[in-house]
Design a protein around this ligand. Structure first.
Ligand code: NDP
Length: 497
């Protein structure tokens, strides 16, 4: 099998390539550690201005950015297709969902982060207690290539809405898309509150060490660990959105046609290069045969090609990973009912469905990131949940069941679940997005995603002098006695159940 050509390098620039053809799409600078530091220094100046604006003023600027991007969405979608390989329709869907998030973050930051009163409790009743969430300053965002608009904006828009300046390092595979969004911000807002740095892994590593106040990383678990290690040197906090091994669980009472349709789309859309993509399916034995025949028929007519519904594999090195997972499954007793080892081409991988795959094989345990899935028969939903939870990952999951969808979803160890739909949670801006275990930690999207880029600022303001002054060396023995009585009254009596 011929290997895809190595990424061409020339001095201090690098090229982004069309993964369908290998043609050069654009040339971008490989920025040095000094250049990254200069960008962070500029961002810090901008943070002083941006962080001083009201939530309403930032909302106006962010909505202007969103409108300017939306008005040129076809141009952005075409660039996404060129650099990443996804069909234009999918690119439009991705970018459209991202605009929802920009809008939500801009519109809700004030309510979520603004100062609000909290109860001071009985012992501190003389105080007025309140909390607000303040911007950290400058946030570094290291983005992936698979969703080059939706995923980075899940950090960028929320960090900006919270009042931070952002330095964004897009993946080396999609720098043009990153540059386009940053330029759109400059055009709409007129100030470099959002800045771009481009380059390879070393540029991302330099961003971790450039004195930013937080790093938001999306990518592989292995690189996430490197990012954490670099950030640990300066106690820089991180949010890590890493990979997944998401399952679809199909119960005996499920709408089998809908479940098969969703599982196939979840596994093969974006050529399977989705962190919350479907990689495994566990089907109740009562509907297994019906499910398998339905999904097989649907998959058999699906093609990955230049004009098809499935694009190329973006990273040439990923083709080898996909091939190794399929081969490992076949070597250990698995069968391909659709596709197989010959479906793994040089740039395109055809849909592949594997059955009878041992649970400890690569295709069940490791992130494949291709248009493949394993399907296994289970006797009970307990077994499906146990197998779903038996990987190091815990990002997303899908459940198809008419009666027990919520109960099953509650028992899956993952940051998100979709019931009777697939990856629906990602399109709901008010829901937090993120995982557990090797899928990372911290959250983007929703109120949690806004708070992720802030620190809590608590203030207790005395409203009137207390009956007993607790925080004084003048406290008397009599006051100590009174205090003991109050504590006894508040906490010393057993509560009736
Ligand atoms: P990486 O995790 O290597 O890269 C993700 C981002 O981190 C890119 O912007 C990359 O820059 C940057 N980076 C690389 N090395 C460093 C470093 N030492 N310090 C800081 N930043 C760094 O993922 P890949 O793109 O190589 O993909 C590998 C695998 O990761 C995929 O096959 C898939 O399994 C998984 N993945 C998961 C994603 C998800 O959404 N959860 C997204 C992307 C990948 P550059 O691109 O310039 O190297």
């Amino acid at each position: 099998m011929t290997q895809a050509p190595a990424r061409p390098q020339s001095g201090s620039t690098f090229e982004s390539l069309n993964p369908a053809t290998g043609e050069v799409v654009g040339t971008h600078p490989v920025q040095t550690a000094e250049e990254v530091q200069a960008a962070v220094a500029r961002a810090r100046e901008e943070a002083a201005w941006w962080g001083g604006l009201s939530f309403g003023e930032r909302k106006t600027h962010l909505n202007a950015w969103k409108t300017s991007m939306t008005q040129r969405l076809p141009e952005l979608a075409e660039l996404m297709r060129l650099e990443m390989g996804k069909p234009v329709g999918d690119a439009m869907l991705e970018a459209g969902l991202a605009m929802e998030h920009v809008s939500w973050a801009a519109g809700h930051a004030g309510r979520v982060l603004g100062r609000r009163r909290v109860s001071p409790g009985l012992m501190m009743v003389n105080q007025s207690a309140s909390v607000a969430f303040k911007p950290l300053g400058v946030v570094g965002v290291i983005g992936p290539w698979n969703y080059p608009v939706f995923t980075p904006l899940g950090s960028v828009a929320y960090a900006l809405a919270a009042g931070n300046a952002v330095v964004f390092k897009p993946s080396e595979h999609t720098p043009g898309v990153g540059a386009w969004m940053v330029q759109a911000f400059q055009d709409a807002v007129g100030r470099p509150v959002l800045q771009l740095v481009t380059g390879l892994g070393a540029t991302g590593a330099a961003l971790c060490r450039a004195g930013v106040d937080k790093v938001a990383f999306t990518g592989s678990t292995a690189t996430g660990k490197k990012v954490m290690a670099a950030c640990a040197e300066t106690l820089t906090p991180v949010v890590i959105e890493a990979g997944g091994k998401d399952s679809v669980i199909v119960d005996a009472d499920a709408d089998v046609e809908a479940a098969a349709d969703a599982a196939l789309w979840g596994a093969c859309s974006n050529a399977g290069q989705t962190c919350i993509g479907v990689e495994r399916v566990y089907v109740h034995e009562k509907v297994y045969d019906e499910f398998l025949s339905t999904i097989t028929a649907k998959a058999a007519v699906l093609r990955a090609d230049r004009d098809g519904k499935i694009g190329p594999i973006t990273m040439p090195s990923q083709v080898g990973v996909i091939r190794s997972h399929v081969q490992d499954a076949l070597d250990h007793g698995g069968r391909a009912v659709v596709g197989g080892i010959d479906a793994v081409g040089e740039r395109f991988v055809q849909p592949t469905i594997l059955v009878d795959v041992p649970e400890d094989s690569l295709a069940v345990q490791e992130e494949t990131f291709g248009p493949t899935m394993t399907i296994a028969k289970v006797r009970t939903m307990d077994e499906a949940i146990e197998k779903t939870n038996a990987t190091r990952y815990g990002l997303g999951n899908t459940v198809f069941s008419k009666v027990n969808g919520m109960a099953i979803a509650e028992r899956v160890r993952s940051g998100m679940s979709a019931v009777n739909g697939v990856i629906s949670f990602a399109g709901i801006p008010s829901l937090p997005f993120g995982g557990v275990g090797d899928s990372g930690f911290g959250r983007i999207h929703g109120p949690e995603g806004l708070k992720e880029f802030t620190y809590a600022k608590a203030i207790a303001r005395q409203r009137f002098k207390p009956m007993i002054n607790l925080t004084s060396f003048d406290r008397t023995a009599k006051a100590d006695k009174q205090l003991a009585q109050v504590i006894g009254l508040l906490h010393g009596r057993a509560k009736k159940r």
